[in-house]
Design a protein around this ligand. Structure first.
Ligand SMILES: Cc1ncc(COP(=O)(O)O)c(C=O)c1O
Length: 398
């Protein structure tokens, strides 16, 4: 049975077309369905709206604490302890203005001009941008699309005397994969051997489909998790992208101090708005049910979309274990990632993200990324249109 929170009527299209930027409804031409940026089409949980309203009605918007609201840090510490992260201290959690900003801050804290971060290929562009904004460079560890494995055997070849960090996206955007416990352990051992920090991005860790089980670096024994700096977000799980809120969990007081310095929160030049922190606290304390219902809704859409995509000529799509992202291989259509994206925009009126260097690295070539966090009606309409356009393309080629 459909859940009323996520049924066909619950997508506020008019508001989205005013407010949803970043390649979405407010930025695409009228009539185009954007399956682009990873941002849900649904209104957020009522409890979050009420909390924001209550706070705003108070009418006081003074400076908050530099290190973030204790209520948010405590709620996050409790959430992470419930995931068996072991000894999470609210004093080592720092809320900032988005997970993206958290990633940039972590890179800035531990990298100097000319240093390097090893990242995976493909992976979300924020990893490369965080490293380069800190004055550093990247080396990419490849992914083998045939076997479905990261080439961790390549890591030793990629490390140099300038390597300071390794960036890990778990669950993985755009592959929709859960990084397995033995992979995490291998990465942690490699990091330990070479004295590297691990930038551990877990913004997708709430969106996991049964029977998938999330493993975290934090489930590894010490000292393997001693250099893991973890970023969490509220955009993917709770639809709060526009509130720009995320948190960093530092492994020790020394690393927390470095992050604090790089964040500029003590001078008030950095930090998250109190309103956003109130929303995030409410999300953690009262909206777990909303995420559970959201994931149940997404699970049905995932199965539907994967089945439909695999029936389209030239498209091969694996079912993601996590995230609401699909990453089909489109090489057999005869078009590359950019060309098929343009073709679909023009002929299907569906916008997708091309698997190119800019968004994900060269390892994304031959793929497109689709976000399916919408209603069944909108998704089916988009898939119908793609199906028609790809059949015409195949006919033209024959
Ligand atoms: C892997 C990953 N990390 C970080 C972010 C950024 O999240 P936020 O909106 O909180 O900055 C995203 C958003 O798409 C993401 O996919």
């Amino acid at each position: 049975m459909e859940n009323a929170l996520f049924d066909d009527e619950s997508v506020p299209l008019e508001l989205l077309s005013e407010r949803a930027y970043n390649y979405r409804w407010a930025e695409t031409d009228h009539g185009v369905i954007p399956l682009t940026a990873a941002d849900p089409d649904f209104a957020v949980a009522q409890e979050i709206r009420d909390a924001i309203t209550r706070y705003a009605q108070g009418g006081v918007f003074s400076y908050g604490p530099n290190r973030g609201l204790l209520s948010l840090r405590t709620a996050m510490a409790r959430e992470l302890s419930s995931r068996n992260y072991g000894g999470v201290d609210a004093e080592r959690i720092l809320p900032l203005d988005s997970a993206a900003s958290c990633m940039f801050t972590v890179a800035r804290a531990f990298m100097k001009q000319g240093d390097e971060m090893i990242i995976f290929d493909p992976v979300d562009y924020l990893f490369e941008q965080a490293a380069t904004a800190a004055g550093g460079g990247i080396k990419r560890c490849p992914y083998d699309h045939e076997t479905g494995n990261f080439r961790l055997d390549e890591l030793e070849r990629l490390v140099t005397d300038r390597t300071r960090m390794i960036g890990v996206c778990n669950p993985h955007n755009p592959l929709g994969r859960l990084i397995k416990q033995d992979e995490l352990e291998a990465i942690a051992r490699f990091a330990q051997k070479h004295d590297l920090w691990i930038l551990n991005d877990e913004v997708w860790s709430d969106i996991i489909f049964p029977p998938g089980q999330f493993s975290s670096f934090h489930h590894l024994p010490r000292p393997l998790r001693d250099r893991v700096i973890t970023v969490h977000g509220f955009s993917k799980s709770f639809g709060l992208a526009g509130l720009r809120i995320g948190t960093i969990l530092a492994p020790c007081s020394e690393s927390y101090s470095e992050i604090l310095k790089a964040s500029h929160v003590m001078s008030t030049a950095g930090g998250a708005s109190t309103l956003s922190q109130v929303a995030a606290t409410t999300a953690l304390e009262h909206c777990r049910y909303w995420v559970d219902d959201f994931v149940a809704h997404l699970g049905g859409l995932r199965d539907l979309a994967v089945q439909r995509l695999n029936a389209m000529p030239g498209v091969n799509c694996e079912a993601p274990e996590a995230t609401y992202l699909l990453f089909p291989d489109i090489r057999e259509t005869g078009l590359g990632s950019d060309a098929i994206t343009e073709y679909l925009d023009k002929n299907a009126r569906v916008a997708v993200i091309p698997g190119n260097d800019r968004f994900f690295g060269p390892g994304a070539a031959g793929h497109i990324r689709l976000c399916f966090a919408t209603s069944e009606k909108i998704l089916v309409e988009a898939l119908d249109r793609m199906d028609g356009a790809l059949h015409s393309l195949a006919q033209k080629r024959n």
